[in-house]
Design a protein around this ligand. Sequence first.
Ligand SMILES: Nc1ncnc2c1ncn2[C@@H]1O[C@H](COP(=O)(O)OP(=O)(O)OP(=O)(O)O)[C@@H](O)[C@H]1O
Length: 251
Amino acid sequence: MVSLKLDKVGARYGSTAVFEDISTGWLKGGELTALIGPNAAGKSTLFKRMAGLLAGPGTVVVEDVREGRRPICYMPQDTGANAVLTVYESVLLAAKQGGGWRVADGELAEIDRLLQALRISDLAFRDLGALSGGQRQLVAIAQALVRKPDVLLMDEPTSALDLFRQIEVLEFMRRIAESEGMAVLIALHDLNHALRYCSQTMVVAGGRLVASGPTQAVITPALLRDTYRVDARIEPCSQGRLQVIVDGALV
Ligand SMILES: Nc1ncnc2c1ncn2[C@@H]1O[C@H](COP(=O)(O)OP(=O)(O)OP(=O)(O)O)[C@@H](O)[C@H]1O
């Protein structure tokens, strides 16, 4: 099973450091890990650094990548479509990225299966540019999964989705991470999603990793006060699930 850790990783734009010296323990395949933190904390930058899209100090260690799998794929937050492609073409193109152009029947079947699983088969022959923001986000998830990564970095993958789709996508990701042994890191603003779906959570703020570990141990009223500047409680709902209840902003 794949495993991943960060060793003294940093990133900067020009002369401005976004974060420095981020080290983690091993994150394992089969689990969802939330990456949380305030706006501009560096979540997208950390994903880009991990995916090798940005250079910087330190090492992103990925071990035991399986044959036929890509080590790391990054699904960006902004999925604006400027290519003149249908949904199906765009997913096929993602599958072939970096490989040969011969298409096996099994690859087409895999695309059909993914579009069905994400309930977007009806969009297959629509142009990307004619989709809603939420539809585009679902297509971006299909494009990411069809690349068969062992580590998948998803940047706010549910930000444009309605409530039903948010739950459906996160449950799907949890199932697929478990069944395929994929390590999935998800940048999230909805901390209730982190509590419900992610076994591990990493928190970036103020240019460093301020906490990391099992989600229920990491997301605490003290963290919400110090990192998000809100007064909040974490309490079980009537069905026993932990929920963040925000009482107010601390000014
Ligand atoms: N291409 C860039 N050039 C210069 N600065 C950048 C660039 N991209 C991001 N930044 C800056 O780096 C910092 C971290 O941005 P990043 O997008 O990683 O934050 P984030 O935690 O993902 O934020 P959000 O939750 O708002 O999406 C911000 O101050 C941002 O302005």
